[in-house]
Design a protein around this ligand. Structure first.
Ligand code: AMP
Ligand code: MG
Length: 315
């Protein structure tokens, strides 16, 4: 693909103009930066897959600026889906529901379902409202790289490949949304995120969590793909593996006894989660060969954080 010039702006109306003209635009949300295109425009949606090098069998999430837009996308809503919308929209939760015919197959990787989310970020909502229609958006990184939590990280991956970057603050949460499949009874948690299983169960008590290796994994095709990986190797723990002599970095909640080329100590699991992906990128820029990540208790955001660290360690 030949290079295009990527416009940077802080103006949501200017950014939305590129979407309306069939372009692709990166924008901040409270989770990570997304790469959006008009959902009903197949040619525009294809540009997302091209810019990211994303496999065509990995579905995108529809982003809405208004709860009323759900009906343009969802064929039917279970009462559980309605309850989740009522409690968690806008917020870091994606619900998967049966899609309408208006949603092109390319957006959902040929599935008859669509993930829908309403981000809880003023700039994202202003941008989405200016777009007028729902947009589809995966994370705004080159496929396989850590999701971007700053506009600079988007630029690093996608400069010259996308039409515009809407520049906002670094994202608050720093991990991708929680995904719940509402087309099965009871609903199934497909991806951990900032909305925890306990918070979900307070609203829909019977929500199930996918056991690792369980057959339902193909319901979230994206989970088959390698994700969230820095170029450096990732190890879980607080110490350097015996005999390791290369450049290593550490991130966690406590300082380690060992000497590292780079160290990041966060004050809480929330801060750790928000810092993780940018730390991965910093380590890659600094030629780090091994990143040691301290494990945290798997409650609240800790569950999502450990999920991402494990995937990176497998990568
Ligand atoms: P990304 O925004 O890059 O994290 O990618 C979106 C992810 O959401 C996918 O990789 C899937 O894990 C999940 N997802 C999106 N749409 C669906 C769907 N229709 N069914 C199941 N999972 C979905
Ligand atoms: Mg992604």
């Amino acid at each position: 693909m030949s290079a295009i010039s990527t416009v940077r702006t802080t103006d949501p109306t200017e950014a939305a103009g590129f979407i309306i003209r069939g372009g692709v635009v990166a924008f901040p949300t409270e989770t990570v930066y997304g790469l959006g295109a008009a959902i009903f425009d197949e040619t525009a949606v294809r540009k997302i897959f091209e810019a990211k090098g994303r496999p065509g069998d990995n579905p995108l999430i529809a982003h809405i600026g208004d709860v009323g837009q759900v009906e343009l996308l969802a064929l039917e809503l279970s009462s559980d889906a309605e309850r989740l919308i009522e409690h968690f929209f806008p917020g870091p939760l994606t619900i998967v529901v049966k899609k309408t015919d208006a949603v092109p197959a390319i957006a959902t990787a040929g599935l008859d379902t669509i993930g829908i989310r309403m981000p809880n970020s003023e700039l994202a909502l202003a941008f989405l409202r200016e777009c007028g229609k729902p947009i589809v958006a995966p994370s705004a990184n080159v496929s396989g790289r850590p999701s971007p939590t700053t506009w600079q990280a988007v630029l690093e991956d996608l400069d010259g490949k996308i039409d515009c970057i809407l520049q906002g603050e670094p994202t608050d949460i720093g991990l991708e949304s929680t995904v719940v499949n509402c087309t099965v009874e009871p609903p199934l948690l497909l991806r951990r995120g900032a909305v925890s299983i306990d918070e979900l169960r307070a609203v829909v008590p019977l929500i199930r969590e996918l056991a690792s290796g369980e057959a339902g994994a193909e319901k979230s095709p994206g989970l088959r793909h390698k994700h969230y990986s820095p170029r450096a190797k990732v190890a879980i723990g607080r110490e350097l593996p015996a005999g390791f002599a290369g450049r290593a970095a550490f991130i966690g909640l406590h300082t380690s006894e060992e000497i590292f080329a780079e160290t990041r100590v966060a004050n809480s699991a929330e801060e750790y989660a928000a810092a993780l992906f940018e730390f991965f990128r910093e380590c890659d820029r600094g030629g780090i060969e091994l990143i040691v990540c301290e494990p945290v208790p798997e409650t609240g955001i800790g569950a999502a954080l450990m999920d991402r660290i494990r995937r990176a360690a497998e990568g």
